[in-house]
Design a binder for this molecule. Sequence first.
Ligand code: THU
Length: 139
Amino acid sequence: MNTSREIPWSVLRERAIAATALSYAPYSKVTVGAAGITSNGEIVQGSNVENASYGLTLCAECSLVSDLARIGGGRLIAVSIVAGDHQPITPCGRCRQLLFEHGGNELLIDAGDSKDPLLLSALLPGAFGPEDLGIRKNS
Ligand code: THU
């Protein structure tokens, strides 16, 4: 399952919307939920978790990656991220890198109804990733 047509976008969107209800966002009041599916068809979710120190806020995608680890890992093939208005948002810069680690260039990101999903490679061109570590080592 790795083409856009086979991705259960409506399920991912519903799960992401449901995750916004679990968000802890007393400071920004921007609730965010994320849901992703792995190549094995497993669904993972996450919500943003803010902190009084502001800078330590965990984005919904960060929680989703933790959920992925919790289920034993896997390769993400599609992710939907929505805000409290239930409309898709694109991931922040840090989260693009987090998602790249677990989905790579081919990861599909929900761009909303009537729009084709975005490839992560379009959102994070020329990403630095795990393969670079081997190539760039001194010895
Ligand atoms: N937020 C996310 O959860 N994911 C993003 O990709 C963008 C921003 C959250 C962080 C913070 O709790 C709130 O949205 C406002 O920035």
